[in-house]
Design a binder for this molecule. Structure first.
Ligand code: WT7
Length: 678
């Protein structure tokens, strides 16, 4: 791990410090931040307990954390009683925020003059009423109760947060499946969770096109025997297949519900599962990460305050999709717990033109903006005039998330979008952590900015960069990012990973032996000031446009095609998406390499995994480099794909002799040269 650390090929400005003198807030030096940080770790339990006490508990916790029933599964605030739907809604409905706008929702379609055709505003009271009525349907019409499981397969429409909050209210465990996923992916998730009810939609708009989602859901249900009922939201009013006695339109169900229906929120144990969200790992099927009500709510509350510095007059806009964890935490639960006004939008950022987001910033007076590096790099390419033609003077804080941000994309956000007025950050976290753990915290104290850095760990978070044995590496050197102590928001009881406590322990805690550290799977550098810079994944997981894709999953999809004998997928750097997959495929005997087969395989991936995973290139080769024991030498495949020198590889490849690696490498290079590509 000796090479110069870079992000997307760009050198990292470890020494550069930008001070924003005129930013309204508390500014501190790095040393005083770390002094405070050290104190929070010294009084770890009291510290987190004091943060927890800021929330409304039915019965407040007396203890921060204790071990759960499986190794490395912890119970946060174990004796507290809470309900996140109560925190997000009821609390505000009882206050002056009752008629404050909670959501400003914008549909994708626009009029000929470019103005959005549909904008809906929900006050906290509106939202509370809708959530109660939907909770009423879930419990009265379908008999669902605490501990039952449902799947939600919805696009970015208001019913998505409404169903999440309604389920939470009753203690029903839900999984949201991203609406861009295929029937196959939906079925896998439903089956792993054992969901009995599916919520979906007739269809929705994406880049001006109609997506018929109910048709996809129907194909999944064929493979998901646990689903007894389907609730269908009418978004478009198109004709869809409805199965008698199984499928129900939401609007028809709601006709039977009193306008003022009230469903008492369950007084849940803090550790009660709120949701399970599936994410890709190195091997096997996607992992169902469990998040609880109490610990998760505490981390969200803390990070909304520290990282986003939220105030009651903020207009908060997180551009993620609610189908991913970012949307769960920072469109739904985080901003609602804080009683904010949040913008959310159905469609893509460049429809009808590349200024859609900036026009929303202008029209709604967005103050805090949270987005992704891939989107930034894409929008940069359209040119600055799309940004500059809109008034952005309302903006006061900008953060990015999902993948490392290269310094030049950071500078564009800072200089062009934020006009050098707004702190720009890169908040590090992952599906497993539930909320942000490493980031500048301007709401608490603003330290100098560094283009591309994540920043110091947040208070109460014990993060470090270590070697294989868990020993800290020197500043400036690349190592593995670990979290040395449990944190609220971490994978929750009963098993951390749904149905698989052994895999949970193995993947996250046994990779670095004997220390009990949470292994993130990321490479990182800590600079001399103590700022952490996450560089990218250290495992066989890709980050394509910020989305996590297991190379193993993608290989499985390819190998399930009738023509494919073997496949190896690796990621190569991409100037916009950060990383893209390419595949090397060995065909079965009897199949001739052709352009047509390549196109067929791309279509196969699109259908069976989703458009985000379609390889940029497929090479049809006659062999893959393997060890004597038959294992594909992945680093070697990667070296060939990226043009990295072989010298870097031999030292890393400990399973095979150097000669063997060299021979396999040469043969593979030859096979690739002779191959057909697309
Ligand atoms: C992985 C987690 C966190 C919500 C969205 C992604 C990468 C995430 C950053 C950042 C560098 C980042 C890491 C991490 N990542 N944020 N600010 N800087 N890398 O959640 O899909 O679970 O992916 O995303 O590699 O492990 P996720």
């Amino acid at each position: 791990m000796g090479e110069e650390p870079r992000i997307l090929g760009e050198a990292l400005p470890f020494e550069e410090k930008i001070e924003l003198k005129n930013w309204a807030g508390r500014h501190v030096g790095i040393e005083s931040y770390f002094e405070y940080h050290r104190k929070t770790l010294e009084n770890f339990e009291e510290f987190w307990l004091s943060v927890a006490k800021e929330l409304d508990w039915f019965s407040p916790p007396s203890k921060a954390v204790e071990p759960g029933d499986y190794p490395y599964v912890y119970k946060w605030f174990p004796d507290g009683r809470i309900n996140i739907s109560y925190l997000a809604l009821d609390r505000h409905v009882r206050s002056w925020r009752k008629n404050k706008v909670a959501y400003i929702w914008e549909g994708e379609p626009v009029d000929p003059d470019g103005r959005p055709k549909e904008v809906k505003k929900y006050t906290y009271y509106d939202l509370w009423r809708e959530v109660n009525r939907v909770a009423y349907v879930l419990s009265r019409n379908f008999g669902l109760k605490k501990g039952d499981k449902i799947a939600i397969y919805l696009p970015m429409i208001p019913e998505l947060p409404i169903f999440m909050l309604a389920a939470a209210r009753l203690g029903i465990i839900f999984t949201v499946v991203f609406a861009g996923f295929t029937a196959e992916n939906l079925a896998t998730r439903i089956n792993d969770l054992g969901a009995t009810l599916l919520v979906t939609v007739d269809g929705f708009y994406r880049r001006g096109k109609v997506i018929r989602l109910k048709d996809v859901a129907d194909r999944a249900i064929e493979k998901s025997p646990s689903i007894k009922n389907v609730i269908v939201v009418r978004r478009l009013g198109i004709d869809v297949n409805m199965v008698d006695g199984r499928d129900y339109w939401l609007d028809e169900l709601l006709k039977g519900v009193p306008q003022n229906a009230y469903v008492e929120p369950e007084r849940l144990e803090s550790t009660h599962p709120l949701y399970v969200l599936y994410t890709s790992g190195t091997t096997g099927k996607p992992k169902g990460i469990i998040h609880d009500h109490g610990g998760y709510a505490v981390l969200l509350h803390a990070t909304m305050k520290w990282v986003f510095d939220v105030r009651d007059d903020d207009i908060f806009y997180c551009t993620a999709d609610i189908g991913w964890v970012t949307g769960h935490s920072y469109i739904v639960f985080g901003p609602l717990i804080e009683g904010l006004t949040t913008v959310f939008y159905e469609g893509v950022p460049d429809y009808p033109a590349p200024d859609r987001w900036w026009s929303m910033v202008e029209r709604y007076g967005v103050t805090v903006f949270y987005t992704t590096p891939t989107a930034v790099r894409m929008l940069m390419r359209y040119g600055d005039e799309w940004v500059r033609k809109h008034d952005r003077s309302s903006l006061r804080l900008i953060h990015s998330v999902g993948e490392p941000i290269n310094p030049s994309a950071w500078r564009w956000l800072f200089e062009v979008v934020g006009e050098k007025r707004c702190p720009v950050g890169s908040t590090w976290w992952m599906t497993e952590t539930g909320g942000i753990l490493i980031s500048k915290a301007p709401g608490l104290a603003l330290v100098p900015l560094k283009p591309g850095a994540n920043g110091p760990p947040l208070p109460g978070v014990d993060a470090d960069v270590v070697d294989e044995d868990g020993n800290p590496v020197e500043p400036g050197k690349k190592g593995f990012l670990v979290i040395k102590r449990p944190f609220p928001g971490m994978p929750a009881p009963p098993t951390g990973m749904w149905g698989d406590p052994q895999r949970y322990a193995q993947v996250y805690f046994e990779r670095i032996k004997g220390k009990g550290y949470f292994y993130t799977g990321d490479y990182a550098v800590k600079d001399k000031d103590g700022y952490i810079w996450v560089l990218g994944r250290a495992d066989e997981v890709l980050k394509v446009a910020g989305h996590r894709i297991g190379t193993y999953e993608l290989e499985s999809v390819l190998v399930s095609h009738k023509a494919v004998a073997e496949a190896a997928v690796v990621g190569i750097p991409d100037p916009v998406k950060g990383e893209v997959p390419i595949a090397y495929v060995v065909l079965k005997q009897g199949f001739e390499p052709s352009q047509q087969i390549i196109e067929e395989l791309k279509e196969w991936v699109r259908k069976n995994y989703g458009p985000i995973a379609v390889p940029n290139n497929i090479f049809l080769v006659t062999k893959l480099p393997k060890t004597r024991s038959g294992k594909i030498m992945r680093r070697l495949v990667k070296a060939v794909a990226t043009g990295a020198p072989l010298g870097d590889i031999t030292t890393l490849e400990d399973e095979a002799a150097v000669d063997e690696v060299k021979k396999a490498y040469e043969e593979f290079v030859k096979a690739v040269k002779e191959s057909r590509t697309a």
